[in-house]
Design a protein around this ligand. Sequence first.
Ligand code: MG
Length: 353
Amino acid sequence: MNGTDMLTIGAFARACRLSPKALRLYDELELLRPARVDPDTGYRYYAVAQLERARLVAWLRRLGMPLARIREVCALEPTAAAREIRAYWAEVEAQTAVRRDLAAFMVHHLSEQSARDVTMKDTTMLELRYSAHSDRGRVRPANQDTAYAGTRLLAVADGFGPAGAPASGAAVEALRFLDTEEVPAGNVLNLLEEAVRGATEAVRDVADPSENGTTLTALLWTGSKLALVHIGDSRAYLLRDGGLFRITHDHSVVQSLIDEGRLTPEEAGAHPQRALLLKALTTGAPDLKLHDAHRGDRYLLCSDGLTAVVPEHRIRELLTAQADPEEAVRALVDAANEAGGPDNISCVVADVV
Ligand code: MG
């Protein structure tokens, strides 16, 4: 390599838009080593050919990618590097979505708190009409799901492990006090957090958490809003104006692969790890969300025994066709059983009337 190909650290820094300080750091981290270090002066020299890698590092830094991950990406050939960057960005977006929901929840929570003292707002006469049913399905020897619906509380829990049934039962049982308690709208966040903590302890008491656990998806009615607690791969849907919207995000391995762009939703259904959860009640923090209720809204809570075998367009049709919550629940459970009923099936349908 002759001298004309070599740039001083200052010239190289200007050319790749990294600071000399950053270049020294990347040298220490072995992310980008100088082509030559003068043994007498310690000056670093870079080859012109290194500019491309330096620019890649600079761009990835601008994306916010951690240095350790940049090192991995830089070691890959371009196609694999592109895939890795796509996966990284999908993860960032998924994390942002969770934080966005939490921020929205807190905005609701705080504005309700401030409004609470001023006036008894929201005296609209909305209430829930509901139905719940849990079915063993056609393959499993026992039902480890628990479904519950009351005037204020709707819940579905899908237990797993040898003590899966007591686990899901204990989780829902621990929330049931919410059904009879007057729920102050401004305090719903604290109340839910406390209730979920209680449910987690209750599950630990009845089922060894090293081999058992449960999902939990529950809605708490405040009279004008629905507060959602969710952990695991049971789901909540909202049917509004003829459209079906999933309002929970599965905490499952396949969902994270979909989020990272490594798997399509169509491939997910056949994935060997589709039942693997990223977190459940005793192993992670649940998502919390607050939903404005509209007259005419229909909510569905269900375990994966429904969604694994009945496609969403069919769920929407069945929910739309049945006026009565009880009939809707029965139609959904029947549809899952007609599709083979490979898992326990739980459905809760509630109308805002
Ligand atoms: Mg299940």
